[in-house]
Design a protein around this ligand. Structure first.
Ligand code: CO
Length: 209
């Protein structure tokens, strides 16, 4: 059997199982979407937002890209953020990276991955420059790599706070809270590494009136 056909078969048995447990599962879900969380994660196939958090369909609004970056010129991500904040009114935005991230690793080497990937990964190289001193003081390469994964998540949370979308939401109320998490592929555990509660003061250079 073609591998993709297995996906369709699995889908049928999943849908059947859901209805067996709760006959109204799909009728209830189809009515409305009120997720409390926006998840910005890595596209890595091993880090599935709902599986690792034990959440059900309808609970998390998801955006994923290589190395979970929040790039201010990324119209796709900014549209997701706008919709999640201003229409869904999510209470928490979670940037979740993961140790062993191929995108972060690629940004640490000098290999020319050609135009588009070079463009994307430049964002992480800039983080290496910001934290050059701290990173250079870590002798062990694996540990330095792990630390860059954490710093990347922190910087992406800061990037969220630099956006007028988040700043306006904070002016108008006490949500959303921003979280930076790192997932470990080795033990499946998520480690919170950075947090910004709604209303946290940011560098005034990035403040809008
Ligand atoms: Co990754």
């Amino acid at each position: 059997m073609q591998s993709y056909l297995k996906l369709l078969l699995e889908n049928k048995s999943w849908a059947k199982e859901k209805v067996e447990v709760d006959p109204d599962f799909f009728t209830n879900l189809a009515k409305l979407q009120t997720p409390e969380f926006l998840w910005i994660g890595c596209s890595d196939s091993r880090v599935s937002a709902d599986q690792i958090t034990g959440t059900q369909p309808g609970e998390i609004f998801v955006h994923r890209n290589i190395a979970n970056l929040v790039v201010n010129t990324d119209v796709n991500l900014m549209a997701v953020l706008d919709y999640a904040i201003n229409h869904l009114k999510v209470k928490h935005v979670i940037v979740c990276g993961h140790y062993g991230c191929g995108g972060v690793k690629a940004s640490m080497c000098k290999t020319d991955l050609k135009y588009i990937l070079n463009m994307w990964l430049r964002n992480i190289k800039d983080i290496q420059r910001i934290y050059e001193e701290e990173l250079n003081n870590i002798a062990d390469e694996e540990k330095r790599y792990d630390r860059l994964v954490e710093l990347n998540v922190k910087e992406q949370v800061l990037n969220l706070a630099k956006s007028s979308i988040i700043q306006n939401a904070w002016k108008g109320g006490d949500i959303p809270h921003l979280h930076g998490w790192v997932y470990s592929l080795n033990d499946g555990i998520i480690k919170p590494v950075f947090e910004m509660k709604a209303g946290t003061k940011i560098n005034s250079i990035y403040e809008f009136e």
